[in-house]
Design a protein around this ligand. Sequence first.
Ligand code: GLN
Ligand code: ZN
Length: 758
Amino acid sequence: MVTTHNLGFPRVGAQRQLKFALEQYWRSEIEQDALQTAGQQLRAEHWQTQAQCNWLPVGDFAFYDQVLDMSFLLGHLPDRIKNLPGSALEQYFRVARGRANNQDDHPVFAGEMTKWFDTNYHYIVPELTQETQFKPNFDKLLEQVKEAKALNHNVKPVLIGPVTYLWLSKSKDETPVLDFLPELIQVYQQLLIALADQGIEWVQIDEPILVTELAEEWQQAFRRAYAGLNNTPIRLLLTTYFGQLGSNLTLASELGTAGIHLDVINAADEVEALIQACPQETVISLGVINGRNIWKTDLNLTLEWLEPIAEQLQDRLWLAPSCSLLHVPVDLATEEKLDPEIKDWLAFAHQKLAELDTLKTALNQGRDAVADALKANQQSIASRNQSARVHKPQVKQAVADALIRSSSRLSVYQKRSQHQAKKLALPAFPTTTIGSFPQTTEIRRTRAQFKKGALDHAAYQRIMKQEIKNSIDRQEALGLDVLVHGEAERNDMVEYFGEQLDGYAFSQNGWVQSYGSRCVKPPILFGDITRPKAMTVEWISYAQSLTEKPMKGMLTGPVTMLNWSFVRDDQSREASCYQLALAIRDEVLDLEQAGIGLIQIDEAALREGLPLRQSQWQGYLDWAIKSFQICANGVGDETQIHTHMCYSEFNDILPEIAKMDADVITIETSRSDMELLDAFDAFNYPNQIGPGVYDIHSPNVPEVSQIVKLMDKAALRIPKERLWINPDCGLKTRQWNEVEPALKNMVEAAKTLRAAAG
Ligand code: GLN
Ligand code: ZN
């Protein structure tokens, strides 16, 4: 008999109940008890949804973040909150957000947040210092175990494993993080014993770093940790996901855990080797349902593959989704507006669990026992395979043609820049912004009303044009050199373009937690991409008509579109990216045709698409950079291409950034005090750079002298003829009363710098 289990369930709730409860609590509109009750209800509901599994996860619920919960469980809190008053929950939110609630009188630095592997989920980085001590408090987890048992569920607690926990942590002094391993092993041992005392049999211990390249000391850490942890009465399911075990396969199989979970979506070809490598009695858990994407599983195909394995493993075979379902939306059933044809191809968390159950029944009782479900599944899969909305031969042909054509600019940068300088006649240290201006309540209301149909097209156009005019008047008064239209019409930099492209669909409730109470609703890229008509030309041309100053057109790049969407799995990501690139290329050419001399193509998410294993980076970068080239390089020499990236780690990918050959790149640098530019300097980066001179995430207004100082530092690294002055990123989250003084100082700083340069 095969056993099914789930690795984790999305905690936000189908109607984002958790988000709303949290925000009410933070606004002090509800008490702690009410928030706790909301959490308890969600857990109960989620267990009920998973009840068909043989083992349900407990400990996957968190009010803010599962890594932060783990830190609290281990009793490992940052020093800065240790002496603050209040409940454990208040302390928890202080680390998460810098304060317990909005009325809190003890503001502290929030913990640093960073991406969970290659997902768009963000966790709170555990902080380690020489002073760090673990003062474990297991009550909360033990309570939740009781809670689930009281509801008659068969539970398997979920923990982040000690080695991954340390790998995710950051040492705030020089203490190497692995120094904490011995103490941590003891804490985990106590925890496992406490769970065994509650009658727990299995614990899922997540060690996703086993899918990354591990240095020798980390491999040693694994051996040492699991030698210790296997000494308890608990059976451990060593859980890996998001990739292949690769060179860590032997290591994982030798750790001696009672079971191992493998992400079959990424590592199907490792199953046989893993079975061979593991001792005879080891449970092999196969993650056969994609926990990261929203497509139905091809159940018949999966069974075809699974049946011989089930035959071989018998009771040792467990089945599960590939990873926690945290990364997919909750329930497709709540979608009322999705095109029925497309909806039939999808599975959210609820539907994925049903698929898992169908597989279990088919394996345990034969396919006949679920004949109807398998037939329906086969029809959905066939409908998707054959749909003319998915497959458009002309798009595939266009991509093939584009790949044959040279994708470099007509002339080299040195030559283009002369044409551009003549045409644009910009002063030294030209000033500009990254694209968006404050998204006021008025702007958001207008967009919402238009979407609801409460505002007609003409009225919407009129209001948006007023907003554009408003932003241009302000930019002219400030004396900026290159203007932007302000992006008032855009809700989101990916959704805005996705909505206008064929091949994209949008859910109503497809929310996925990004961090804390923040959820995103990634668009669904389901088919070959075409652009029925120009997407931005009308707005940008209107903006240009209002000013003598040059207007910068504003687009989202193909790699960012791809990385922030749910992407079809029936062709490579590379193939989908090229299609997006061609659609955006058409937009670039239309803007050029309309007389727009500068076009910015944002690639905010280029870096986060990097594979988890560095040895696979180049493969990704090859097609990602090629996609950018396809979309950007069709223009004439006089047209100036800008790109923008909002992060500060470039060193390791700088040669690739240079290959993009954008005439101007604007980047985040102010927080690194321009040190980031060292890399550009050392590399002899040849084109123009706009190093962000102030941090837009903070409401602080930068002083003129501060900006001048930063630019002086920048000029030590990059010849001043190639420097621009701009903020770090778009200004949509700020207020005009913060933006105007900041930009005023920026323009003033440019004047000072020009005067000094003579
Ligand atoms: N042009 C976008 C803006 O200004 C860029 C956003 C981003 O880089 N995240 O909002
Ligand atoms: Zn940015």
